[in-house]
Design a protein. Structure first.
Length: 164
């Protein structure tokens, strides 16, 4: 398995662990205001999903339809969880389908803020993995405030658990 495939599988594994434990929180804890850029735990999870959607759209050459990194509408926890699971499956299939040539292919896009840019397909996928890791850290901190210990989502733990 190529390293990119391993990393997107790691992301899906880590997301599943976080979502499983977030589900243990009372509903009010998900939407309780928190001094974090996205306002609360649920909106942080939704931001991560929404940005995965943006990057998938860039990879496909499609419009993502978003004008903010923090969309006004925020689905319910089950809706975000299910959408993230589907998105993670998409990125696994996408990474598995990349060839050495397509991994290095340049993708031109426009950031939500309006600035044009170009990245390789591989770098976009690596960013998606890294971005998810960053925000799982935020979610873990918010979980601790509500008395739920966040699961260990370190990459070496994934490697050991997945016997890779």
């Amino acid at each position: 398995m190529a390293d990119l495939g391993k990393l997107v599988r790691y992301k899906a594994w880590a997301n599943e662990r976080i979502y499983t434990d977030v589900a243990k929180l009372p509903e009010a804890a998900l939407t309780q205001p928190d001094p974090i850029i996205f306002g609360n735990l649920l909106r942080t999870l939704h931001h991560t999903y929404a940005m995965d959607h943006v990057w998938r759209s860039h990879l496909l050459g499609e419009s993502h339809g978003l004008t903010s990194r923090n969309p006004d509408y925020c689905p319910t926890f089950p809706e975000v969880r299910d959408a993230q699971r589907a998105m993670d499956r998409w990125f696994i299939e996408y990474a598995d389908g990349l060839t050495p040539d397509t991994r290095n292919e340049s993708v031109s896009f426009t950031f939500i803020g309006g600035k044009p840019s170009t990245m390789s397909r591989e770098d976009i996928v690596l960013h998606v993995v890294n971005h998810g890791t960053y925000h799982r850290g935020h979610v873990a901190g918010m979980m601790h405030k509500h008395g739920v210990m966040a699961p260990t989502t370190d990459y070496p733990v994934f490697l050991k658990s997945a016997a890779i």
